[in-house]
Design a protein around this ligand. Structure first.
Ligand SMILES: [Fe+2]
Ligand SMILES: [Zn+2]
Length: 464
């Protein structure tokens, strides 16, 4: 999408939002209504939306950005993994149809970026944004009573946030020393941006020396990322490490899992595709606290690197520079989903906001992933337009303040999954440069903070 500049697209989109009032669709009611018929029979293209009329007589309006992002073709959506391939990184907010046609009950669109999309009537009908359709879906997705509670809570939080005075944080990107005494370390989190040097420590020292392990736990809480170096390249090494800290967090992918390319992957991690900046498993009500990525073998060609960004830093920047978008991300609930088979059939769905705050209005957890954010949304078209504008701005902010690093065999990258976003650059596993092999596991913050306190008591170290 070379013509769409980051930031410029957002501004153009906002101008469009602020100056355009969508017309009411003028679709003649000339057809015979057939209950259960989800064929598209008519369409009306507006400035920011397409309105579809279905064979059962119902209608729904779909924002252009939503349609483009949720194109169902093979290059935009992986039906094996049931995950979006098209990333928010590549979405232009001012995308528009050059042409739209209704043929055979389906909607065909040629987009201004040159892409061609076909949406079946059934697919569109299942995702209708009318109040009736949204209410009907809730019983499958979440219990209605909880939905109402969530929406009231989100509105309250949004109001509180607007009223709250903005806190100020110094931005520091210094490489911390792992050798200095920790007696006077603050346990407050420290924001970082591009230029940040990830704290490193030696695997063996952390396994053998309590003081090094305590220092490492403090750095992880503070910066949200630590690189453990010189670990054995044996699958199971992170299990051994985590055993010294507490219990692994199991998920529907098991206690731990290996990330190697698969022919029919049930997760995009098992492909060579680019992954956008994301948190792991936002489709869990309680996502893993920390993500551990142990490099067993690294792809030796181009790509396969990690891009990391501090979500705490990006969230604070959003609050300072784009308060309206920040409020949207704090108050707009969206669905995440993951469905498939690993050890057993799974069908996970959560509904949450992108930015989740604690009772003090501080960042509690981020939830974002182009791969698993659901195309089904319990929002009005206007809310969807505002959401995309906010999410795109947040994504741009994350990348603008990110770092890139490529782990080597024996490295273990440990990330605070509630805060630090990670991604992977695309690589070609079929070349002579070889596949990429990572071993992945999770452990929750309950275990890590518990271990830190135990070590503090044991070593007589106060952090306050
Ligand atoms: Fe991930
Ligand atoms: Zn497509």
């Amino acid at each position: 999408m070379g013509y769409c500049m980051r930031g410029e697209g957002v501004r153009a989109f906002e101008r469009c939002l602020s100056t355009t009032v969508p017309r009411q669709a003028q679709v003649p009611d000339t057809q015979i209504r057939q209950p259960g018929n989800s064929d598209v029979t008519e369409k009306q293209v507006d400035v920011k939306t397409i309105k579809a009329v279905f064979g059962d007589g119902t209608t729904s309006t779909y924002p252009h950005v939503w349609l483009r992002e949720n194109c169902t073709c093979k290059s935009c959506f992986n039906s094996d993994a049931i995950a979006r391939l098209f990333l928010i990184d590549d979405l232009c907010l001012d995308i528009r149809p050059n042409d739209a046609q209704v043929k055979g009950g389906n909607l065909h669109v040629e987009w201004s970026d040159g892409h061609l999309s076909t949406y079946t009537g059934k697919w569109l009908h299942e995702r209708a944004f009318t109040p009736e359709a949204r209410a009907k879906r809730r019983s499958r997705y979440m219990l209605s009573r909880h939905e109402e509670h969530d929406q009231v809570r989100s509105r309250k939080e949004g109001r509180k946030e607007k009223e709250r005075k903005r806190p100020t944080f110094p931005i520091r990107a210094n490489r911390p020393s792992l050798n200095r005494p920790v007696a006077h370390e603050s346990d407050s989190k420290v924001r970082w941006g591009s230029g940040f040097q990830v704290p490193r420590l030696n695997f063996q020292s952390a396994m053998e020396e309590d003081q090094v392990l305590l220092d490492w736990l403090v750095q992880l809480e503070k910066f949200g990322v630590v690189l453990v170096e010189d670990a054995p390249t044996r699958v199971g090494t992170i299990n051994d490490f985590i055993d010294t800290l507490g219990f692994i967090k199991s998920t529907h992918y098991g206690q731990d899992y290996e990330i190697i390319n698969q022919i029919t992957p049930n997760n995009l991690a098992y492909t060579g595709s680019k992954l956008g900046l994301h948190t792991d498993m936002p489709y869990y009500e309680y996502p893993p606290g920390t993500t551990w990525l142990h490099c067993i073998r690294q792809h030796e060609g181009k790509g396969g690197a990690n891009v990391l960004s501090d979500g705490l830093n990006a969230t604070e920047l959003m609050k300072e520079i784009h308060p309206q978008h920040y409020a949207t991300l704090v108050t707009t609930p969206i669905y995440f989903q993951d469905k498939g088979f690993q050890i057993y059939d799974f069908d996970k769905i959560t509904k949450t906001t992108t930015i989740e705050l604690d009772e003090q209005g501080k960042l509690k957890r981020l939830h974002t992933s182009s791969q698993s954010r659901d195309s089904i949304m319990d929002l009005t078209p206007e809310q969807i337009l505002a959401f995309y504008s906010a999410l795109k701005t947040f994504n741009n902010t994350l990348y603008e303040h990110s770092i890139e690093m490529k782990t080597k065999p024996g490295d273990i990258l440990v990330l605070d999954n509630s805060r630090v976003m990670h991604s992977r650059t695309a690589f070609d596993p079929s070349t002579a440069k070889g596949p990429r092999h990572l071993h992945n596991a999770y452990i929750d913050w309950d275990e890590l903070r518990s271990k830190r306190r135990v070590l503090q008591d044991k070593l007589g170290v106060s952090l306050t």
